[in-house]
Design a protein around this ligand. Structure first.
Ligand code: PHE
Ligand code: ZN
Length: 900
């Protein structure tokens, strides 16, 4: 929304209950792309607990035609978008309020409210889109019963859907028809949805444990039906899982998923009518990769799980967003892990989740947009659908899960639903229920301190040190915590967090040592709860210097500062029983070498750093070779261990970031691994390249992932010699599944092979009619290595490609966002042209879709860390965006915070 220069800041502590309740809503739509008419009849009642005041209804981009109170005209005012009604009936009785408005779905490029995508109507109401459909108390604590009447031209819009159950449908005059829907559950306005268009459904009837019948539908455009099998299967798995693990059944007769190719986010949990980005619904082996299949399972699960965590119990206000999102991400992560099966596959999923957390969320928490899991203020709520709310929020729930145990957590969930079903509540309410259900747990013991995870921003560091006393046969581990300042919160004002530290100790041979604490045998793995600034624990019966395996599975969202020796890390990599920490040891080994090499100047550089072809010492190369050749380890795990930390993760460890230097050091290390392990890469490729009939399951997916990495490395090592590039090119042509095909194409592009452009052309010609595949095609090119500054011109040329559409969020993400966010070597140019491109596109997108523009704006969040000359150039680009007169609140908030 375009508004004035100083947008209002919404404060969490300003929350007051609504002055009115809306009990029922009857909506009648006459759907027309140019001008849709909406009649909204509400039963409204004063909230007796709040002093009498005018009713202020939210509205945005609406044309108001008529307002009636109990059937008669009434006076009203329009005030900054709100409709203000002063002369309303006194007393506690409900009254009827009728509002007639029109809106223009075809002109809605923001994709919030009612919009048209490919001749089909969709709505998106979270967080504040309902006010773009009708005047309303558009806040999540106002929960109402909805009845919806949809009318539209039958030939153009044969399918008419809304929340709940279909009550009635039939034909009208002039080729029009109607459908009437009723939602049996009260809901906040952000969960309202309608869809109208030419769609077809895959259907499935299921019977729940209690014998109830349900109809499941996945609605897509005709022609996409054969790509819905996996989404339907994922939905059935999700329903069964929530019932088995948490005793939460499907509470609707009908549950629908609808796919749209124009969507700002991944998907939306509207009650009974989830609306999804096509990217998270459509898949077959020819168009979708293993990662796509896994993402679909996880997003279908996520939205389904919201039905209880989000919809049955919702948020009191948007500051509580993580109440539903953190909890639901935790649930979808657990779902994916349970579906993955083996312990090794669970660990792989955990590593992938942690990788996102640490590269993206830790960076957010250290930058200008850092905010607590429960923020204190916002300008634009859409800017707070962040990795902090989602991923860190999930970690905060995960810590509770680990502190009370799996059964204790189930008890806590049960109590949470007993207390709050049907209500709009707060993050505090959730933790309180967890603690009350587990009174003897460390969570209950340290509850107030634990809640600081919700109120204090920033990533804490745990500083660990261990002292082995040979005489006393003890090992004393001292843990100290600190947390840096974040916007509005000084470091000294921060109080200690409750940090569960899960650990084990390994002996010289890498064997797990039995742990004894205060005479008590606690097994070989134990969780210490650090709740003060500094605490120490003494393990007894330790006869030799142990190697500590700390923060197993990343038991808390913190950084670990411990002076590991290379020998210790090699021990952990080879032997730790915790797969996560094995992977972490490899990451630490290469990270340390990378950061040292990056920091080295001409004078301080070691011989190796001067000769970057051999940055990794032989010991590390050998250890990685052992992993790659290991007969027992899963391929998926090997692929993770053999992948170096990303450039952005490396950047986060440095005080001054020279993106080009990071890029060249990491590339040198990658090349070294490619060359040094060439025979092993070849063996790995040959062993894993052919996985038989395609199945998107973890073991086979892991084999494809390792084959993909191997092919990448072989193309990289063989530069000049075309044998491997030739094989990769052949694979682009022949591969029977998109995973192998895309990996082969990526191997050619990433090794800057002369065959890359032919392969890209082939891929395009073969798959140009598949929008989601085209997104991959654009993204691969936007992420290409920057050979002599070639990427930006290539990206600019692709902007003019007939298949490029900036308005389509998936397409914009694939080209523009990929270049700005996922190609640091190509983006951070000495001539600042990448930053100019960024500023141009933030502004261009802002005119179309402010939410998308604000997300792109965040690509330069970490500009303050950049070394000269990048830093100044980035600042100038941000300042140029900030200087634009009529910026959206979305972008203004981001750039204003970036400039500080
Ligand atoms: N609530 C959605 C989800 O997590 C995300 C979303 C937010 C979608 C806002 C659209 C708009 O699952
Ligand atoms: Zn969600």
């Amino acid at each position: 929304m375009k508004t004035e220069q100083t947008p209002t800041v919404v404060q969490r502590l300003d929350y007051t209950a609504p002055a009115f309740w809306i009990e029922t809503v009857e909506l009648a739509f006459d759907l027309d792309p140019a001008k849709t008419r909406v009649l909204n009849k509400m039963q409204v009642r004063r909230n007796p607990e709040v002093p009498a005041q005018p009713l202020r209804l939210d509205g945005e981009d609406l044309n108001l035609a008529r307002v009636l109170v109990n059937g008669s005209g009434t006076s009203f005012k329009l005030d900054g978008g709100q409709l203000v009604l002063e002369n309303l009936p006194e007393g506690p009785e409900p009254f009827a309020l009728e509002i007639f408005t029109t809106c223009a779905p075809l002109k809605n490029t923001q994709l919030s409210g009612l919009y048209v995508s490919q001749e089909t109507f969709f709505t998106q109401c979270e967080a504040q889109g309902f006010r773009r459909i009708t005047y309303f108390l558009d806040r999540p604590d106002v929960m109402a019963s909805y009845s919806v009447l949809l009318r539209a031209d039958k030939a153009h819009y044969p399918v008419l859907l809304s929340n709940g159950n279909l009550v009635e449908s039939g034909d009208l005059d002039d080729g029009r028809h109607f459908a009437r829907w009723h939602d049996p559950h009260k809901k906040p306005s952000y969960l309202f949805a309608l869809v109208a268009g030419k769609l077809v459904a895959r259907e499935q009837k299921i019977t729940s444990r209690t014998g109830k019948e349900h109809l499941l539908q996945v609605w897509v455009r005709p022609g996409d039906l054969e790509k819905t099998e996996h989404a339907m299967r994922s939905l059935m798995h999700a329903i069964a899982w929530d019932e088995a693990r948490f005793g939460l059944p499907l509470d609707l007769e009908r549950f629908m998923i609808v796919a749209t190719s124009d969507f700002n986010m991944g998907a939306m949990e509207n009650k009974g009518l989830n609306i999804f980005n096509t990217k998270y619904v459509l898949a077959n082996q020819a168009t979708a990769t293993d990662a796509d299949f896994a993402n679909i399972e996880s997003v279908v699960g996520h939205e389904y799980f919201h039905n209880w965590t989000g919809n049955r119990i919702t948020c009191r206000d948007w500051f509580q967003l993580s109440l539903k999102e953190g909890l639901t991400v935790f649930r979808d992560q657990e779902f994916s892990m349970d579906m993955a099966g083996s312990a090794s596959a669970r660990a792989v999923k955990r590593i992938e989740d942690v990788r996102v957390l640490r590269t993206v969320q830790f960076a957010e928490d250290a930058g200008p947009m850092a905010h607590p899991v429960r923020p204190d203020s916002y300008v634009e709520i859409n800017n707070f659908y962040t990795v902090t709310i989602y991923e860190k929020g999930a970690e905060v729930v995960r810590m509770q899960h680990n502190l009370v145990g799996k059964d204790g957590f189930a008890q806590g969930m049960k109590l949470y639903f007993e207390r709050f079903d049907g209500q709009a509540v707060t993050c505090d309410d959730f933790v309180q229920a967890m603690a009350d259900a587990n009174p003897a747990s460390p969570l209950a013991q340290h509850l107030d301190a634990f809640k600081r995870w919700y109120s204090q921003a920033g990533t804490p560091t745990v500083h660990a040190s261990g002292v082995f006393d040979a005489q006393a046969q003890t090992y004393t581990l001292t843990l100290r915590q600190s947390c840096p300042a974040t916007p509005g919160q000084s470091a000294s004002a921060k109080q200690p967090f409750v940090i569960p530290v899960t650990l084990g100790l390994l002996d010289g041979q890498g064997k797990a040592l039995p742990l004894q604490l205060q005479g008590l045998n606690v097994g070989t793995e134990h969780t210490l709860v650090l709740h003060q600034e500094e605490q120490a624990w003494t393990f007894t019966g330790i006869t030799s210097q142990p190697t500590p395996s700390l923060l197993r599975s990343l038991s808390a969202p913190v950084l670990l500062d411990y002076p590991f020796t290379e020998a210790e890390l090699l021990t952990l990599l080879a032997h730790d029983s915790d797969a996560f920490n094995r992977w972490e040891a490899a990451q630490r080994l290469s990270l340390r070498i990378a950061t040292n090499a990056i920091a080295a100047t001409a004078e301080t550089a070691t011989e190796k750093e001067q000769n970057p072809a051999n940055l990794l010492p032989q010991s590390v190369v050998d250890a990685l070779r052992l992993v790659l050749e290991h007969p027992q380890l899963d391929a998926a795990f090997k692929e993770l261990v053999l992948t170096l930390p990303s450039e952005s993760y490396i950047a986060e460890q440095l005080d001054s970031v020279d993106p080009q230097r990071i890029h060249s050091v990491r590339e040198a290390m990658r090349r070294q691994l490619a060359l040094a392990l060439q025979p092993q890469w070849q063996a790995a490729y040959e062993a894993h390249a052919h996985t038989g009939a395609y199945q998107p399951e973890p073991i086979a997916a892991g084999r494809r992932a390792l084959a993909g990495l191997a092919l990448n490395m072989l193309c990289l090592a063989a530069q000049g010699d075309g044998v491997w590039a030739g094989k990769a090119y052949q694979r682009v042509k022949d591969a029977g599944n998109m995973t192998d095909k895309a990996n082969a194409l990526q191997a050619l592009v990433q090794s800057a092979s002369p065959l890359a452009s032919n392969a890209l052309d082939y891929f395009y010609r073969q798959l140009r009619h598949e929008p989601l595949v085209l997104d991959k095609w654009f993204a691969l090119q936007a992420a290409a290595p920057d050979v002599q500054g070639s990427v930006l011109p290539a990206v600019k040329a692709l902007l003019k490609h007939p298949d490029f559409v900036l308005k389509n969020p998936n397409r914009a993400r694939s080209l523009v966002f990929t270049y700005c966010n996922a190609n640091p070597g190509g983006f951070h140019r000495l001539d600042a042209a990448g930053y100019i491109f960024w500023a141009d596109h933030v502004l261009a997108l802002d005119a179309i879709n402010p939410q998308m523009a604000a997300r792109l704006a965040r690509a330069l969040d970490r500009w303050q860390k950049l070394a000269p000359p990048y830093r100044e150039a980035a600042r100038e680009a941000i300042a140029r965006v900030a200087a634009k007169a009529d910026l959206s609140n979305d972008v203004r908030e981001v750039v204003a915070r970036a400039l500080g």
